[in-house]
Ligand binder design. Sequence first.
Ligand code: 9MR
Length: 399
Amino acid sequence: MSVRRSLVIGTVGLATVLAAQTTALALPSADSAGAQAAAAARPPGAIVEGSLRALASTTGLRIGTAVNTDLLGEDAAYTEIVNREFNTITPENVMKWEVVEPQQGVFDFTGADEIVKSAQANGQLVRGHTLVWHSQLPAWMATNGGTTTTLTDQQVKDAVKKHVQAEAGRYKGRIWAWDVVNEAFNEDGTPRQSIFYKAWGNSTDYIADAFRWADQADPSAKLFYNDYNIEYTGPKSQAVYDLVKKLKAQKVPIDGVGFQTHLSTQYGFPDLQATMQRFADLGLDVAETEVDVRTAVKPGATEGTFTSEPLSALHAYTQQAYWDQTMKACLFVQRCVSYTVWGVADSNSWIPGVFPGEGAALLFDDDYQAKPEYTVISQDLALAAGKARHRTGEGSGGR
Ligand code: 9MR
């Protein structure tokens, strides 16, 4: 069965990629005036036929994007795509601890409020990101990449509890899914030596506590553990599997596991479908939470700069094949409840800043024009229309 399945995926995948070379869906103009006119012509939350969100809704799968509040509501083309194409949004940065509590006891939920308000106005659900993460911590809480602190163990524990209660509590009933704990393991499967791990006496017990506190603060939110590179079979994926299995056995309130799915064409495609199914079989929802597919890009006019153009046609085809497989993996796993891309256009992606020489990782180009990658995943969604429905996002009821 599994062999037949992967053959089918392979065949359909190739057909989809080939079709994508020649087919372009009719989309409203991406220029600013066109975007403003398109948005003004319909009520907020109205669904545009042929959009990703319209296609996804026929399968029950939620489709989302990470959102940057510097652009949302400021850049018309960006905002139009976010609201036309996606029915969940994830704040790319504004719900992170360093943003919401820059000084101890001084809160700033401006950006986070903006996201939640915009989502409500546009008929979107929110994936809250993220409550407990070693990175992007405020300076009063941690230094050295979340590994050292001036606080005592007890102070760290109290701060984590207060933070989870404050943030999850503020948005009670308005967050579909929270990434409660993010990136708690190293590549070799050992627990990350974060200030949380250390404060709990060199133990991952902080994870269970964070889930319990989040559940108390917002009982209707789906609670996720989220990580990268766990799409591949290996020690890290196994460590997360062992953790969530234990949490389930201990009746810790966990609903799902998020597979970030930051891929690069220089590495082989992960055994994503089988891995997500393995986690789903534990009685958990799964999701692809931060999908992007980077590749080598052509250099720019000035030394040391790069364009968002794939280095060769082969690079571009490989990206399209990877996007196809990420979407199909989710469509074939019934408990894969959402598929989120990590940003809108190549020009707003985190990739070029962190991996110089790589880019072109998203569905829209620098000028907000839909790329063949967009067509590939929209065709996957169209092919899946009306097939086995995915569990949809009505909170933690299925735990
Ligand atoms: O996309 C985010 C970028 O703007 C931030 O500078 C960066 C800081 O670490 O975080 C990025 O988002 C990360 C996400 O929150 C967790 N998974 C990895 C993502 C890419 O680094």
